[in-house]
Design a protein around this ligand. Structure first.
Ligand SMILES: C[S@@+](CC[C@H](N)C(=O)[O-])C[C@H]1O[C@@H](n2cnc3c(N)ncnc32)[C@H](O)[C@@H]1O
Length: 411
């Protein structure tokens, strides 16, 4: 926290509007954990006829090999996550979450929910949206809509096409009124109406149709994808990574198909939510995406709950069509295979030591921090006197361009 407080004190006594905020670099903004992906820049050898599992098994038992975290930390995390699960239904959940996350209270003010504060943090550092021209943005798995609301509020020249699962009476359905998603700026894509795979707007059903539709409208400057089935939906946290692989992979492949490729104009950007990155397959997915952009980073914004596994993949400057087309075709075929039910354990033979060390290092750092956060929440359960971390949220909100009038401030 000290780094941010220093940074704020130096640069942000007055709230700068988002357009004129100070340039933030990794040294001055360290508390948003950020790690540039490191790997060799050539396609690894593809595994033919390797081990596979089924999509159904991903949600039932641990099947994909855990290769990017040491066993002891993996098991410790698993135990603490199991202890947290029953607390999620308790009355003092908010107090418990505040214990580890001083940013818990952000979100009910300027934007409709706290997801916007994560995008705002990431965008403050990485400038995801070009400002000097009309831009096309997609919001994948973006309901109810605070990410789109953030973009439309700060980038008047943006138009957005969104796709998100629409379920009966669900608070995650697009909410145009609450999030200010006007018809002239925001279009929701639902796909052909079919209830065979869970209803309208299901990316797993419509990813190809959606990519074709968007490509007809133009190249996408920024792809956003915040999808996930998580703790709130009752997914066992220890299977969350596996369970979400088809959705995350569909988001990445869809994003790659529609994002602007480099020409005389710079290539587009993507921001995609991830969970744990412990399994062989998740590692392979990250490794190959890194080949398609000039820079890829895995980051956990400080507004993301420290006790959860959520992280974001930020991809900047997509390479040219020539460079990316063969990779996109390879990945599209793998996605078709996975969505037809067969999940390979690996895409590649593992020979990339640089990437292996990178991902193990990142997982160890994130894993240890998450473990501490989980332990502090769990110990606070039996001690009502434990207080949340004290932190000046008002100043942080100014940096990331959030109005904090409705935010309770701990000073
Ligand atoms: C964390 S919420 C997104 C929050 C959003 N970024 C915001 O700011 O309001 C995750 C979303 O993923 C959506 N989702 C989950 N599975 C999906 C699927 N198969 N296809 C499309 N959307 C999906 C959920 O319906 C939910 O709206």
């Amino acid at each position: 926290m000290a780094e941010i407080v220093d940074f704020i004190a130096r640069y942000c006594t007055l709230a700068p509007p988002l357009q004129t905020r100070p340039v933030v670099n990794r040294d001055t903004f360290k508390m948003n954990r950020m790690y540039d992906i490191q790997s060799s820049k050539s396609l690894p050898t593809i595994v033919e006829n390797g081990a596979t599992t089924t999509v159904a098994k991903l949600s039932q038992e641990r099947v994909l090999p855990i290769i990017y975290l040491n066993q002891e930390l993996y098991e410790n995390l698993g135990r603490e996550k199991d202890k947290l699960a029953p607390l999620l239904n308790q009355g003092d959940l908010t107090r418990l979450r505040n214990i580890a996350n001083p940013f818990e209270v952000i979100g009910s003010g300027q934007y409709g929910n706290r997801a916007a504060s994560k995008l705002a943090s990431i965008n403050t550092i990485y400038d995801l949206f070009p400002r000097d021209r009309d831009i096309l943005v997609t919001d994948i798995a973006g309901g109810p809509g605070s990410w789109s609301q953030y973009v439309l509020t700060n980038y008047p020249r943006a138009k957005i096409i969104g796709i998100s699962l629409q379920r009966v009476n669900s608070y995650t359905n697009w909410n145009r009124e609450k999030y200010g998603l006007s018809d002239d700026k925001f279009e929701a894509f639902y796909g052909k109406i079919s209830y065979s795979k869970g209803g309208k707007g299901d990316l797993l059903e419509y990813w190809e149709e959606f990519s074709d539709y968007v490509r007809n409208k133009g190249a996408v400057d920024t792809v956003m994808a915040d999808g996930g089935i998580g703790e709130e939906e009752g997914v066992n946290e220890n299977l969350q990574e596996q369970y979400n692989i088809p959705l995350i992979f569909a988001e990445i492949v869809t994003g790659l198909r529609i994002v602007r490729k480099r020409t005389s104009v710079e290539g587009g950007n993507m921001v995609i939510k991830l969970y744990d990155l412990h399994t062989s397959l998740m590692g392979d997915i990250i490794l190959i995406v890194n080949l398609c952009f000039s820079r890829c980073v895995i980051t956990k914004p400080i507004t993301s709950r420290p006790a959860n596994s959520e992280k974001y993949l930020v991809c900047l400057g997509c390479n040219s069509e020539n460079d990316t087309n063969p990779i996109i075709e390879f990945l599209s075929n793998k996605l078709r295979l996975i969505l037809s039910g067969t999940v390979p354990h690996y895409f590649f033979n593992h020979g990339d030591q640089l990437f292996y060390q990178y991902l193990v290092g990142l997982n160890t750092t994130f894993g240890n921090e998450q473990l501490q956060a989980l332990k502090s929440i769990i110990s606070a359960k039996d001690d009502p006197q434990v207080q949340p971390v004290k932190y000046d949220l008002s100043l942080y909100c100014k940096i990331i361009g959030l109005r904090d009038s409705d935010t309770e401030i701990f000073l």
